[in-house]
Design a protein around this ligand. Structure first.
Ligand SMILES: NC(=O)c1ccc[n+]([C@@H]2O[C@H](COP(=O)([O-])OP(=O)(O)OC[C@H]3O[C@@H](n4cnc5c(N)ncnc54)[C@H](O)[C@@H]3O)[C@@H](O)[C@H]2O)c1
Length: 87
């Protein structure tokens, strides 16, 4: 059996929370980690037993995921997406 894709989610608001549930229910993906500037999202990381990072640089420096879902507000999409492509 192929290994599952490890997916990090950046921004755990309305949409990011939905992505967490979708990944949990997926047969093809595992949640790798959670990134959010807001400390309140640490509770999601605890619930799903994955690392929590407060910025995307910290995620890149550590164990890299296979894929990243960027669910931050629109103005951060470009910056985050380019930084992940470069790493
Ligand atoms: N809400 C919807 O119904 C809906 C539907 C379709 C698409 N979207 C899109 O999904 C994206 C997210 O929307 P949302 O409604 O979930 O927003 P939201 O405000 O509910 O959540 C955004 C999250 O991103 C975090 N965040 C903000 N800046 C950050 C940064 N620099 N680094 C890391 N985390 C950061 C915030 O702390 C928050 O937890 C947007 O692009 C939006 O257009 C939203």
């Amino acid at each position: 059996m192929k290994r599952k894709i490890k997916v990090a989610v950046v921004g755990i608001g309305l949409m990011g929370s939905q992505h967490l549930i979708a990944i949990k229910n997926s047969k093809k993906a595992d949640l790798h980690s959670i990134v959010d500037i807001n400390e309140r999202s640490r509770a999601h990381a605890k619930k799903f037993k994955v690392p929590f990072y407060k910025n995307s640089s910290a995620l890149i420096k550590n164990n890299k995921p296979d894929a990243v879902i960027v669910a931050t507000p629109n103005q951060f999409h470009e910056k985050h997406t380019i930084s992940f492509f470069k790493c």
